[in-house]
Design a protein around this ligand. Structure first.
Ligand SMILES: Cc1cc2nc3c(=O)[nH]c(=O)nc-3n(C[C@H](O)[C@H](O)[C@H](O)COP(=O)(O)O)c2cc1C
Length: 175
């Protein structure tokens, strides 16, 4: 095993990438070598890593299909090393939907892939209406309306709980 931790992300507006960069920094500060890859340019050998962490955001109820495909195609290799998965979405801003066993997207993903990563988590994402093109903005407003969230905000709201991210990172450097 040449590599310690590989972090693979799928991120559209950058929040999942930001979380992965934070994880990388925390791991490195604790003496662990961590490399970051976008799902679009990961071409390494999975079993060359001690651990693989995959992070993906939700859009319209789904993670990037590339992530699902990657997991399905590499389940055996992922099973040979330590593996972790986390989902980033806005529903997770809610207290009753922000845990691995209460977030519907995470539960569904683990069921549909039948993958059992060693560590799983979910983090709330970021809401930034100013970034979304018209249709997406309208749809996200609808999603927020249904989940009793803000449908207009003067500026972006970052719901990510960085302490939760730190606790997740900690799992990799405390025995
Ligand atoms: C077009 C669009 C659709 C989204 N759909 C959902 C959704 O169905 N459920 C949800 O909880 N969050 C949804 N979100 C919120 C994103 O998951 C959240 O903004 C996250 O931080 C995005 O992460 P990323 O920047 O890494 O892509 C959506 C966001 C956008 C822009």
């Amino acid at each position: 095993m040449d590599h310690q931790i590989g972090i693979i992300y799928s991120s559209v507006d950058g929040q999942t990438k930001k979380i992965c960069e934070k994880l990388q920094k925390l791991l490195q500060q604790n003496g662990i070598q961590a490399e970051l890859f976008s799902i679009d340019n990961f071409s390494e050998e999975i079993t060359d890593f001690q651990s693989i962490i995959i992070g993906a955001s939700i859009r319209y109820g789904k993670h990037n299909p590339k992530i699902e495909r990657f997991v399905l195609e590499n389940k055996e290799a992922l099973g040979q090393i330590e593996s972790a998965f986390f989902s980033v979405n806005l529903v997770a801003r809610k207290e009753d939907k922000n845990r691995a066993d209460t977030n519907p997207y995470l539960i569904k993903f683990l069921e549909s892939t039948n993958w059992k990563p060693d560590k799983v988590d979910v983090f709330a994402g970021k809401l930034d209406y100013s970034l979304y093109p018209f249709f997406d903005r309208w749809m996200v407003k609808l999603i927020m309306k249904f989940t009793k969230g803000p449908t207009s905000t003067p500026k972006a709201i970052e719901y990510t709980d960085w302490e939760r991210v730190r606790q997740f990172a900690e799992k990799f450097y405390t025995p």
